[in-house]
Every structure is written in C-alpha cells, then in structure tokens.
Design a binder for this molecule. Sequence first.
Ligand code: ZN
Length: 150
Amino acid sequence: MADGTKGARAEAGGGAPLTESMAARLVEAARRAREHAYVPYSHFPVGAAVLAADGTIFAASNVENASFGLTICAERAAIFKAVSEGRRDLVAIAVVADTSGPPRPCGACRQVMDEFNPAMTVIMANLRGQVETLPLAEMLARPFRLEGQV
Ligand SMILES: [Zn+2]
C-alpha cells in the first residue's frame, strides 16, 4: 500500500463509519451541486459530493464541452476538487441524477475513486428518493494498477 511517497496511491481511509445523517448530508450536497451542472449537450445534470475523513464535503457537477471528450463527470470533478485542495483521505462519495434507478458512476470515475480509497463507500441516489450504497470494491473488480503497486 501507499507509503506517502510521490506517485504512491493514497492510503485507504480509516476513520469512523459513515453515519446515516452524514450519508444524507452527502446526498443533499450532491443534489445541490447538480443544480450547477453545465450540460447543454446531454441535458443530463449530475451532482456528486465526496466526503473527507474529518467530515469536509467537496461537491461538484458534471461540466460538458462542445468538444465532447473534454467533458468531466461530476464524480471526478468532486474528487479533483478535494484533492486539489489538499485532501486525499476520501471516505465516501454520493452521486445524484434524475434516473429511473440509482445512477451508476462510469468506469473512469470508479477508477479515480479507487486511486484515493479502494474501500470508498459509494452512495447512488436519484431524485425519487431511491438510494443504493455499495463499497467501491464491489463496483470495480480488478482496477488498473501501475506495475509495482498493490
Ligand atoms: Zn464518470
């Protein structure tokens, strides 16, 4: 596992288990972030919020671009926001979208989640109140690892 050296993967978050009220706060932060989505092409707004070990929440939306490949998902935007503000101790992430069932993060986002905590809790919620919570390890089997990393 990581030893804190440059380029090493982030240490899996320990800390307190995710409480129901914290999970609800996280979903609400993702729902609010969704309102800022920039989605003129897909018209599919998504919000995400990631929770650091001390309870700090970083929320973001998806942001599209006319050059479609430059679009970024809400989950990655939220994680990059947290990391760019010095946080790597990410314990959980919520994703909210107006889907018929709980929205599923794409494979790219799952890989990015794994970078910072293979044991991250993933909360998927839609606007109808349906919520599904799964450990990332159940959603991303055999993630990519650079040679030499566990
Ligand atoms: Zn994604």
